[in-house]
Design a protein around this ligand. Structure first.
Ligand code: XMP
Length: 505
């Protein structure tokens, strides 16, 4: 495995994903926890990430220098290279101007890291740079403004690059990482989801024994894959409670039920639409809606949980980004459902089962496919816990939810037909509470405006609005207005995040 030492750079998760794409297992470790990590692990390769600091400021992130003597190959990226340079006796300075963006770079293809790599474009984002490489190192790449763009000490297997190989704009970035992992560290691409499934299943059996496990199944990718994996591991020792709050998209509740009903696990669908709608009546404030939906969810889950009697473990579909974001592998953090502070004491339980803790989202999908989970669950786009409750603006009613459901279904159908459903990361319709005047035949109408949203993003923290072709938008618009009553106008949201958010409420 590979240890990625996190110095606070913005691309840290991306580095980990690139390493995983090469089928090598890696973990992101905050720089302050390196010693702790090394007590339990023996990585075969180490990567230093970038970071926002300058190596010369007082509180610049540092690690124990003994790391360089472990005989483990190290690759430093950006700040990571500067850190290595200064630690080993080289020098770093601040230049007058930033080197930023796509930059033509020449490579010494004799260096092991750059084997097979000719001059090409790299992605730069730095102001500090290495002015003098440490003793024992050679300069192995350069750009017009940065002579020491990369350095190598082949004997000690220490490498540093000033650019970001993990960013797609670095043309040969993935080849460099491959050289590092396979040739320099001697790793093999053994991290695959079919192997993972086998080990995870054994691990679950060992942890749980004959115990009973309870899972809140939302029908999202994570909880669905988690359910499927647990079912393979422990079959009918698992109970899944699916709370249908009536705020799902069209047919979604039935799809979830169809996927799990006739399997070994105990599947309980709670149709709680009336309860949720009753509590949401007259509520228009988005945060208030979220709070009510979250509370009601817990309440329903608790009631059902009590009915099934004692349970030994609570399972949840926590994934690796949840853990990195919450402070890198500290004590079990309860994934918050519907933005409420975690699951309640449903029943006494001995512990948590979180079989997806090590996986990124794309790995979860791959695992789902491996386990034979239906495509419509594996490829489901992210859906907020409060569901359509925050996509019907203003007051929620069954009638308005149904209007939105029908419109949203047409939108999704046309996006899929156009082959855009996997390249657009999230797309949905919003029913505004704005009414406008229209004409339909000889009649004047006064009906709702529907908004369409579609974004492309990897992290959902920032997002670009998607450039859906006009013909596709046209088809969607005419079908929705033609087929769904009470919508007479459609607008397309052309704001990125920031400044807008992805959802409207
Ligand atoms: P925003 O609108 O903040 O959304 O740009 C970012 C991502 O989070 C989802 N989202 C939620 N998920 N409960 C959730 O479980 C919520 O209350 C919630 N609000 C937003 C949103 O769909 C997007 O994927």
């Amino acid at each position: 495995e590979v240890m990625i030492i996190d110095f606070g750079g913005q691309y840290n998760q991306l580095i980990a994903r690139r390493v995983r794409d090469l089928h090598v297992y890696c973990e992101v470790v905050p720089y302050k926890k390196v010693d702790q990590y090394l007590e339990k692990h023996r990585p075969q390769g180490i990567i230093f990430t970038g970071g926002p600091n300058s190596v010369y400021v007082d509180d610049a992130p540092k690690i124990d220098l003994k790391i360089y003597d472990l005989g483990i190959p190290i690759l430093g990226l950006c700040y990571g290279m500067q850190r290595m340079a200064v630690d080993l006796g080289g020098q770093v300075s601040r230049s007058q101007s930033r080197e930023f963006g796509k930059t033509p770079t020449s490579f010494d293809s004799q260096a092991k890291l750059f084997k097979g790599i000719g001059d090409s474009i790299t992605w730069m984002s730095h102001q500090d740079f290495v002015t003098q490489v440490p003793q024992g190192f050679e300069t192995v790449a350069s750009t017009q403004s940065t002579p020491n763009t990369a350095m190598a000490n082949e004997d000690k297997k220490l490498y540093g690059v000033q650019f970001h190989p993990e960013v797609n704009h670095t043309e040969k970035g993935q080849d460099m990482l491959r050289n590092f992992l396979y040739d320099i560290c001697g790793l093999e691409g053994k991290w695959t989801m079919d192997r993972y499934a086998k080990t995870a299943i054994e691990g679950i059996r060992k942890q749980v024994g004959q115990g009973k496990v309870l899972l809140a199944l939302s029908g999202g990718v994570d909880s669905s894959v988690c359910a499927k994996l647990l079912e393979k591991a422990i079959g009918d020792q698992l109970t899944c409670i699916f709370v249908d709050h009536g705020l799902m998209r069209k047919n979604e509740g039935d799809e979830v039920e169809a996927a799990f009903k006739d399997t070994d696990l105990h599947f309980i669908r709670v149709n709680a639409e009336d309860r949720f709608l009753a509590r949401l009546k007259g509520v228009t404030d988005p945060e208030e809606k979220r709070k009510i939906i979250g509370e009601e969810f817990i309440r329903v889950f608790e009631e059902e949980g009590r009915k099934i009697g004692s349970v030994d473990y609570l399972a949840q579909g926590t994934i690796y980004p949840d853990i990195i974001e919450s402070g890198a592998g500290d004590a079990a953090v309860i994934k918050s459902h519907h933005n409420v502070g975690g699951l309640p004491a449903v029943v006494d339980f001995k512990g948590l089962v979180e079989p997806l803790r090590q996986l990124f989202k794309d790995e979860v999908r791959e695992l789902g496919q491996e386990l034979g989970l239906a495509d419509y669950l594996v490829w489901r786009q992210p859906f907020p816990g409060p569901g359509l409750g925050i996509r019907v603006m203003g007051e929620i009613s069954k009638e308005r939810l149904d209007i939105l459901r029908d419109a949203d279904a047409i939108y999704r159908e046309e996006i899929a037909k156009a082959g855009l459903d996997r390249s657009i990361n999230q797309y949905f319709a919003v029913l505004t509470n704005n009414r406008t005047v229209g004409v339909m035949g000889d009649y004047r109408t006064y009906d709702y405006t529907l908004a369409l949203r579609a974004v492309e993003t990897t992290d959902f923290m920032t997002a670009d609005w998607s450039k859906i072709p006009y013909e596709v938008l046209e088809k969607i618009s005419s079908r929705i207005v033609g087929e769904v009553d009470h919508i007479n106008r459609i607008v397309y949201d052309i704001t990125s995040k920031p400044p807008a958010t992805i959802e409207w409420e």
